[in-house]
Write a protein that binds this ligand. Structure first.
Ligand code: PMP
Length: 434
């Protein structure tokens, strides 16, 4: 039995995105994880409908990853990535280009998290326009309900309320509306109405002028905002407007990439290619922190081929742990699992069973809307109910995540029909009891 901390020992850790006082009054501990399940301190196994935090796509406790990490630590625990390379970094970048990134996004910049991927992409966008002689293109456009991590760029562009209240002003940003429309309530998959919301980008461009706008950033399917699924044609329209006005389009696929929508990326799934894609989470199955930004070759060429090819770094950006060899080893082992177990295809196949199952909750008291895409789902409930539902499913052996008034789910891609049945049965019992 794992030794748990005493009340006094619990003071030292300032926990992230946690109501610390409430936690300490009523602590919950995970002590183990395997496959679809987390183990609680009392030994109880809990079905994890969130793949950790949208990240353990191949399920928990994968030995292949553990062994790759162990071997890499013994081979080379660390290597300075500034002006030195190492084989695993190149191997992983090539694998991402070949197996994951959409055609054309064939240059990879490594980070350690989704937040870092977002801020990296924003810095690339700004410098790109400077290198092109268009230094006035500095502004960004994002969306209401967006989540782009917690670093300064991402906080500035997140459309979740609370950031400005806590931290004050960040980067200047304009926000488009999110795509939740009442007429799309209870749509399965991509809703039919709402591509016209993309026209708001034209309104912003008319006000700001494209000569001042560097990039538009969107989560193709918004996660933390409550699994907001884009209407058919919406992403295509954003792409067309960005092309017309010479504005970069960034997809934040920190959640969506690595199979969650039934393809390597959502860009591939919907056939819309942005100029950059930010990723993290599923890249290493959540086992070791790592992120990656996929860039169009033309962006890389603009950096690397501008100037005199002297020894000066073209991009004054990078992390001590960029392409950390241990993270690279974890990522390569993860990509092997995705491929050998055909998990992206499995997600694509089981997604319709998942969609039907979560939509069977329609009609339960307090259920306002249900959305699904790939192995993602959001269930809108009456105000305050989502947190109560999450608290009540736990003793019944299922963990779900409240995001505002939405219960969000993103199970490991190894999920089988019987797990889906269990999740839906527990929710069918709990939701009416709130
Ligand atoms: N972007 C999106 C779309 C995310 O969902 C997240 C994390 N949930 C992030 C960025 C930030 O990632 P991280 O927590 O790894 O910094």
């Amino acid at each position: 039995m794992t030794q748990l901390p005493s009340q006094a020992q619990m003071e030292a850790w300032w926990m992230p995105f946690t109501a610390n006082r409430a936690f300490k009054a009523n602590p919950r501990f995970y002590v183990g994880a395997e496959g679809m399940y987390m183990t609680m301190a009392d030994g109880k196994k809990i079905l994890d409908t969130n793949a950790g935090l949208w990240c353990c796509n191949a399920g928990h406790g994968r030995r292949e990853i553990a062994e790759a990490v162990h071997a890499q630590l013994l081979d080379m625990d660390y290597g300075n990535p500034f002006s030195y390379g190492h084989p695993k970094g190149f191997e992983l970048a090539n694998r991402l280009v070949e197996d994951i990134a959409p055609k054309g996004l064939n240059r990879i910049f490594f980070t350690n998290s989704g937040s870092e991927s977002v801020d990296t992409a924003l810095k690339i966008a700004r410098q790109y326009w400077r290198l092109k002689g268009q230094a006035s293109k500095t502004a960004f456009v994002a969306r209401v309900k967006a989540y782009h991590g917690v670093n300064w760029g991402g906080v500035s562009l997140a459309g979740l309320t609370g950031n400005r209240k806590s931290f004050g002003q960040g980067l200047e940003a304009d926000f488009m509306r999110h795509t939740l429309l009442p007429e799309n309530a209870f749509s399965k998959g991509l809703p039919t109405n709402g591509a016209h919301i993309a026209d708001e980008l034209n309104d912003i461009i008319a006000m700001r002028d494209a000569s001042n706008i560097a990039a538009v950033i969107v989560e193709p399917v918004a996660g933390a905002g409550g699994v907001v699924v884009p209407p058919q044609g919406y992403l295509e329209k954003l792409r067309a407007i960005c092309d017309q006005h010479n504005i970069l389009l960034i997809f934040d696929e920190v959640i969506a990439a690595y199979g969650r929508t039934g393809a390597a990326t959502m860009a591939e799934k919907v056939g819309v290619t942005p100029d950059m894609i930010t990723t993290a989470k599923g890249l290493t199955n959540g086992a070791i922190p790592m992120g990656a930004v996929f860039c169009k070759q033309e962006i890389y060429d603009t950096f690397v081929n501008t100037g005199d090819a002297s020894a000066v770094p073209e991009f004054l950006h990078g992390y001590t742990y960029s392409a950390h060899p241990v993270a690279c080893a974890a990522a390569l082992a993860t990509l092997d699992i995705y491929k050998s177990e055909k998990l992206f295809q499995h997600c694509d196949t089981i997604a319709s069973y998942w969609g039907d199952a979560v939509h069977s909750l329609k009609g339960l008291p307090g259920v306002k809307d249900i959305r699904n895409y790939g192995l993602l789902a959001g269930i809108d409930l009456t105000p305050g109910a989502a947190a109560k539902v999450a608290a009540k499913t736990l003793p019944l052996g299922v963990t779900v995540r409240p995001a505002g008034d939405t219960v969000v789910m993103s199970p490991p891609l190894i999920i089988q029909k019987e797990h889906i049945d269990t999740i839906v049965n527990v929710l069918t019992e709990v939701i009416p009891s709130i």
